[in-house]
Design a binder for this molecule. Structure first.
Ligand code: PEP
Ligand code: MN
Length: 361
């Protein structure tokens, strides 16, 4: 992908004073539900009205979307509210129907991005379209796979492109439904700074209470927009009930978010600073997470030592760790003094943990 600047023309041309906003229900359920939500979102910052028509569900027997009939409801949304519309497409038949029914923007879901066959089928079906196409990240944290999917569309002559960061599934327990792994979004921006990148805090959090914070982080990291699932009766939604917000909450979220436009050098400085601070926060959170993991392993070692009646402190092992870490640190530009201090503190915490376990505290 050579001329990535061209890929964001569709977004630049919109000349928005705020990030791009896509909102609407996870799923289209009934004509009344779709139109009710659309009318409540009409006078807001929403640029595109979303509704899933074909729903990829984890297990069979769950609500899999209303299908083709929902496209007629989206047409009505356009006629009655003037809002542009979007939906997820997952195969060539979906693409054909969505284009025939004048859906304005199509997105490709996380479960499709993981499959190069599906991505190629969709790219072939979209060949040369001037529709906006956004590609969600694959469910697993694989930047190359994400970019590969986008590249397939680019090669098929689709020039109005963008991506959606919706978090990554993980085996480990987490407060998120899909962990954000912000460093991947940052890496994405470093590789393709002009490709619009939008955040989907709904699928990252899985929980409406956390949507504001994740949205603010996304904006601080200079992402270009937000896709937020919105429903007039979230608790009774047919899919993703816990993560949907009401139209009023969405408006409040948009009002409360710190949104800045570059206007002068002072503002530019502030934006750069906020962006770098957001990056530091990402790394700090990763460090705490890793230290927590390290202490869990130390606890397990403590339990083993207790079993075998072995002393907590074993200096030979400790000196080995230190020597290795000083070398590693040097290669990353960290002073020996700093590495020593840091590892002494970490080691002390491990000993405290192990002593607690050995003494049954
Ligand atoms: C959706 O947007 O409703 C959806 C199914 O998202 P994802 O592909 O991110 O799971
Ligand atoms: Mn959803």
């Amino acid at each position: 992908m050579e001329n990535t600047k061209e890929l964001r023309t569709w977004l630049d041309d919109m000349n928005l004073a705020h990030p791009l906003v896509i909102a609407g229900p996870c799923s289209a359920e009934t004509e009344e539900q779709v139109l009710k939500i659309a009318h409540e979102l009409k006078d807001s910052d929403v640029n595109y009205f979303r509704a899933g028509i074909w729903k990829p569900r984890t297990r069979p027997g769950m609500f899999e979307g209303v299908g083709e009939i929902g496209l007629r409801w989206l047409k009505k949304v356009k006629e009655e509210t003037g809002m542009k519309t979007c939906t997820e497409v997952a195969n060539a038949a979906h693409v054909k129907l969505a284009i025939e029914n004048e859906v304005d923007l199509l997105w490709i879901g996380a479960r499709s991005t993981v499959s190069p066959f599906i991505m190629q089928e969709i790219a072939d079906a979209l060949q040369g379209t001037d529709k906006i196409v956004l590609v969600k990240n694959p469910v697993n944290p694989d930047l190359a796979l994400w970019l590969g999917g986008i590249e397939r569309l680019y090669t098929a002559g689709i020039k109005n492109l963008g991506a959606i960061h919706r978090g990554f599934s993980t085996y480990e327990k987490s407060k998120y439904r899909n962990i954000p792994e912000w460093q991947l979004a940052i890496e994405f921006q470093n590789r393709f700074p002009d490709l619009p990148l939008i955040c989907d805090p709904s699928h990252i959090t899985g929980n409406r209470a956390m949507i504001f914070d994740v949205s603010q982080t996304a904006l601080d990291l200079n992402l270009d927009g937000l896709m937020i699932e919105t429903h007039t009766d979230p608790d009774n939604a047919w899919s993703d009930a816990a993560q949907q917000v009401t139209p009023d909450s969405l408006k409040q979220i948009m009002k409360d978010l710190k949104i800045r436009k570059e206007t002068n050098t002072e503002a530019e400085y502030q934006i750069s600073l906020d962006n770098l601070r957001a990056q530091i926060n990402v790394v700090d959170n990763q460090m705490i997470d890793l230290l927590g993991k390290r202490m869990k392993v130390a606890d397990e070692i403590g339990a083993l030592k207790k079993d075998k009646n072995v002393a907590v402190l074993q200096s030979k092992r400790w000196n080995e760790i230190l020597g290795n870490m000083i070398l590693e640190g040097e290669s990353k530009g960290l002073s020996e003094e700093f590495v020593l201090k840091m590892f002494k503190a970490i080691h002390q915490e491990s000993i405290n943990h192990q002593e607690k376990i050995i003494n049954g505290l």
